[in-house]
Design a binder for this molecule. Structure first.
Ligand code: ZJS
Length: 266
């Protein structure tokens, strides 16, 4: 007996629907693409519960991870492309340094980083997203969570990572990169290195940031320094390890100072 594999499939958080049960929109579309009328008024309070459930599931699965780094990058990069190979090396280097690797769980650079981590014996995590076309978590994900809502998933990328490494990518990658930079710039997250991997791809963006954003006064003089850039996956990992070490040292010194102030009654 042959299995019917040609049916359309949609993964929606914890559920999978196939064939005629695949709706013509996603949860994100139904939340954000508000149609006319007032139906949404009655639906949105229920959505809040579903959104809460995604936070609970994500927090529950990820809270006990070892220190982790989130890797972003194009969904379209193919095995054999330099970007893909760099992703594999990066995933492996992170695993060797003891980091779990978190990605969006999709194809391309996400798959590459998961592959590198898994093959090096590390922890490989994929946070998938419901999209309007068929797709599944890549084969190199060991721990996978499916999200319905982009914004819930994005919280997980930041909350459970010590750093971001960004491989070449398109709109999705830029969205994730600039969200992270904004969180660091506004002090929402501290001691959080962001490393751009691939100098030929990223250098023009850095130049534009300096020539346009900085020279028009849209960012502060020190802001371009929030982004590190390299071609070497090992150097990317070293940047992250060094930053962690400095943060731990600063925390230790602050604790010692607080304890001695306590002791001296000051
Ligand atoms: C072949 C194809 C387009 C599959 C899309 N499948 C995806 N699966 C999971 N995350 C994704 C996907 N597309 C975009 N993203 C998110 O956006 C980033 C990549 O978007 P882009 O390809 O650079 O713009 C990833 O880091 C990921 O978090």
């Amino acid at each position: 007996m042959t299995l019917m594999t040609s049916r359309q499939e949609r993964r929606q958080g914890q559920s999978i629907v196939r064939g005629k049960f695949v709706p013509d929109s996603t949860h994100d579309q139904r939340l954000l693409d508000r149609p006319g009328g007032s139906d949404w008024l009655h639906m949105d309070p229920w959505r809040v519960l579903r959104i809460q459930a995604e936070f609970v599931e994500g927090f529950g699965q990820l809270a006990e991870l070892p220190p982790a780094v989130t890797v972003f990058g194009s969904a379209r990069t193919r095995p054999g492309d330099p970007g893909y190979e760099m992703g594999v090396q990066l995933g492996a280097a992170l695993a060797r340094a003891g980091y779990a690797v978190i990605t969006g769980g999709g194809p391309g650079c996400m798959e590459a980083a998961n592959k590198g981590a898994r093959e090096a014996g590390g922890v490989s995590i994929g946070l998938g997203i419901e999209l309007p076309f068929e797709q599944k978590l890549n084969d190199y994900v060991d721990v996978g969570i499916e999200f319905r809502y982009f914004f819930v998933r994005k919280t997980m990328f930041v909350k459970y990572a010590d750093a971001f490494v960004v491989l070449p990518g398109g709109f999705g990658t830029l969205d994730e990169l600039f969200e992270a930079v904004t969180l660091v710039q506004t002090g929402k997250i501290t001691q959080f290195p962001i490393v751009l991997l691939g100098t030929a791809f990223w250098r023009p963006l850095i130049e534009w940031i300096k020539e346009s954003l900085l020279s028009h006064g849209m960012i502060s003089a020190q802001d371009p320094d929030l982004l590190h850039i390299t071609d070497d996956p090992d150097e990317a990992v070293k940047l992250i390890v060094d930053s962690r070490r400095r943060a731990d040292q600063a925390e230790l010194e602050a604790r010692v100072q607080a304890a001695s102030a306590d002791h001296n009654g000051t």
